[in-house]
Design a protein around this ligand. Structure first.
Ligand code: NAD
Length: 503
């Protein structure tokens, strides 16, 4: 059985408290905080924690970098080459970055090396391509007021605060940092408390790639202090947030109470998986398993509600439960592991409390639902039959490996069930009928629908929420536009001077 050994580079890096990063330099503070490995509960590193005054310094550095001609007037093709170089450097350091992800949040090392880090690197290549394609318009005028010419310029929004969650520390950062760099913005970033290490290593690689000092600043610390200082800072032009709906709601108040900074909010989800009787059932079983148990269910678009046509329920559930029970839960450094630990002990307890409350309220446990003994915060794949669609199990995001099942008889019922929460992030439709796939996709109230697949992100395809799953989009051209603002320029064209002597 192959088990990954942590590299000498990572061991050496973690021997001292890890500093944060302002204006191209490592910053050490008076206070350090321990980081716990969720696989065994032990402290494996410490990190320097920033304060509101560090945020202030970081914003100052980001503002200075934003107006510095070295960045503001950098040729777009040169900026694109820096992004490509950065992607190459990320790939060259994939093992180190993946190890830091696994140690911090328990993601299985193979998933970190084969998916998280390559996808993160590719995000910079994708947005590098946009650097030289940022364009405004030139329009014929619509009102007869004289000879005018109108055009629009696309300009960077400015200093962007970024507040990040712990479930995909690099990938979710990349969705924000790459378009920010491509458009000429600068960044002040707060990683989640438990997962700052990979991004701090990335900041060094960005400097090596040629990103000027002050363009990327990272301040570690708590949401209450550092996050709030970013959200309320009057010299931050835009805030890009990924996290829970509750925190996002507070950030709207922070922006409104301070400088009305622009917001993109990527929030929670409770995404449905709809399986019709005409679907390839084996593919749908595998898809439903991946949809909820990938990354131990700690995925914003996790397929946490499964709706089955009544005619296939029995056979489908039998296969689903047997596959779920066969998944290997364990040490994230073991190459065979499919589900690592939940990212923290407290989050595991929160998941378990919700499952227990659901069972007490009438949900039927089909598998899982027990906490393991021992130090690691493991939780098994858990499936529940939940008839009451108003129950908390169905309505609230759990953010763990917990799947709720119910059945439907008609397409209309399936759509109504799918649309029956306050969220609207994602959904999948499993059917072999093209017209049904199209009809249902059109009726679903969410930002992305997969047909006969679930949670396959693409860099060119925007993702974001309907309803209380958020505001704005990430990835694709729409994700780029969130970092630009349009300026219209109107030219009054004077008549050509009449040459002297002409009649
Ligand atoms: P969270 O809201 O608790 O924390 C997210 C970040 O906000 C952290 O860095 C935290 O320190 C910070 N924060 C907390 N309170 C703050 C405050 N008052 N002011 C400023 N910052 C504050 O979320 P989490 O538990 O870290 O992440 C899980 C959540 O993220 C889930 O709800 C999940 O669905 C969501 N998520 C959404 C997407 C998406 O694309 N829609 C992607 C991944 C995760």
């Amino acid at each position: 059985m192959a088990r990954h050994d942590i590299s000498a580079a990572t061991t050496a890096r973690l021997a001292e408290p890890v500093p944060f990063w302002i204006n191209g330099e490592a910053v050490r503070s008076a206070r350090t905080v321990p980081l716990h490995n969720p696989a065994n509960g032990q402290v494996f590193a410490t990190v320097h924690a920033g304060t509101a005054s560090d945020v202030d310094r970081a914003v100052g550095a980001a503002r200075a970098a934003f107006v510095n001609p070295a960045w503001a007037e950098m040729n777009a093709a040169v900026r694109a080459r820096i992004l490509w170089r950065l992607a190459d450097l990320v790939e060259a350091h994939a093992t180190e970055l993946a190890e830091l992800e696994t140690l911090c949040m328990g993601k299985p090392i193979l998933a970190a090396m084969q998916m998280e880090v390559p996808f993160f690197a590719e995000t910079f290549r994708y947005f590098a391509g946009w650097c030289t394609k940022i364009a405004g318009t030139s329009a014929a005028l619509s009102f007869p007021v004289g000879d005018l010419h109108g055009m629009t310029l696309q300009e960077p929004v400015g200093v962007v605060g970024m507040i990040l969650p712990w479930n995909g520390p690099l990938v979710i950062a990349g969705w924000k940092i790459a378009p920010a760099l491509a458009t000429g913005c600068t960044c002040v970033i707060k990683p989640a408390e438990a997962t700052p290490l990979s991004l701090l290593r990335f900041a060094e690689l960005a400097k090596q790639a040629g990103v000027p000092d002050g363009v990327i600043n990272i301040v570690t610390g708590s949401g209450a202090e550092v996050g709030s200082a970013i959200a309320r800072h009057a010299d931050i032009d835009k805030l890009a947030f990924t996290g829970s709906t509750g925190t996002g709601r507070g950030l709207v108040h922070d922006a409104a109470d301070t400088n009305l900074k622009k917001l993109t909010l990527e929030l929670g989800g409770k995404s449905p998986v709809l399986v019709f009787e005409d679907a390839d059932l084996d593919a749908a079983v595998d898809g439903a398993i991946d949809a909820i148990f990938g990354n131990s269910g700690q995925v914003c678009v996790a397929g946490s509600r499964l709706y089955l046509h009544a005619s296939i329920r029995e056979a489908f559930v039998a296969k689903l439960v047997s596959k779920a029970e066969a998944l290997r839960v364990g040490d994230p450094l073991d190459h065979q592991t499919q589900l690592g630990p939940i990212a923290s002990q407290s989050h595991r307890e929160a998941i378990h409390r919700r499952v227990e409350a659901g069972v007490a309220a009438g949900a039927v446990l089909l598998c899982g639902g027990r906490t393991s003994q021992g130090a690691g915060s493991y939780y098994p794949p858990t499936i529940l039959d939940v008839a009451d669609q108003s129950s908390a199990l169905v309505q609230d995001e759990i953010f763990g490996p917990v799947l709720c099942i119910a059945t439907f008889d008609t397409e209309q019922q399936a759509v109504a069930l799918a649309n029956g929460t306050r969220y609207g992030l994602a959904a999948s439709v499993w059917t072999s009928q093209v017209d049904r796939a199209f009809r249902v996709s059109r009726s679903l109230h969410c930002g992305i629908v997969w047909v006969n697949a679930h949670n396959i992100p693409d860099l060119g395809t925007p993702i974001g929420g309907y309803g209380q799953s958020g505001w704005g989009r990430e990835l694709g051209q729409l994700g780029l536009l969130e970092y630009l603002q349009s300026k219209s320029v109107m030219f009054k064209i004077s008549p050509a001077p009449v040459p002297a002597g002409s009649v």
